[in-house]
Design a protein. Structure first.
Length: 179
């Protein structure tokens, strides 16, 4: 992994972060099946292979990210050689004693090099210092790179919300208890 410095975002970083390629590619997604019978509701998710690779657009409009970031508790940047290459935004107050990751984006040339994991681990440390007991990560059901990252780092599936994002995509939630 390249030498990465995790730091709070500065005003100068914002145009660079907005300009990142926010879409991602995947050959898989999590498919939801719901069974609704009298006195019983069951929801199952399973990983399925798609017939072809899809490019999925980021669920938030990058042009509106600046406005959304002002509502976040912290915006951290992954920096290599003085250049921002990734960011993570976190919000507190959504649920008690939890930090909520709303955005985790790595610039396209730096993906799959451990930078997303480094940002998420740094965020866990930040959340612990603020006396949060858990961290929740929200991802689109098609975002297999983020789902695999969450599972690799010990996050567990803890729920979903259909039509959650502005683009009507479903959100999956993964939580990790902080020790």
């Amino acid at each position: 992994m390249p030498e990465i410095k995790i730091r709070p975002a500065s005003e100068e970083d914002i145009p660079l972060l907005v300009a990142f390629e926010h879409s991602y590619k995947s050959n898989y997604c999590w498919q939801m099946e719901m069974m609704n019978q009298e006195r019983e509701i069951a929801v199952n998710f399973r990983e399925i292979r798609l017939p072809r690779q899809v490019t999925t657009e980021y669920p938030r409009n990058p042009e509106l990210l600046l406005q959304e970031w002002t509502k976040r508790t912290v915006l951290l940047v992954g920096d290599i050689g003085g250049k921002p290459v990734a960011y993570i935004s976190v919000m507190e107050g959504i649920s008690p004693t939890s930090a909520w990751v709303t955005d985790l984006v790595v610039s396209l040339p730096y993906r799959r090099k451990g930078i997303g994991a480094a940002l998420l681990l740094a965020t866990q440390d930040w959340a612990k210092m603020r006396h949060n007991r858990r961290i929740v990560l929200e991802v689109q059901s098609k975002n297999m790179p983020a789902i695999h990252l969450a599972l690799k780092l010990g996050y567990e599936f803890c729920g979903y919300n259909d039509l959650y994002f502005a683009n009507q995509d479903m959100a999956l939630f993964f939580a990790h208890f902080l020790r």
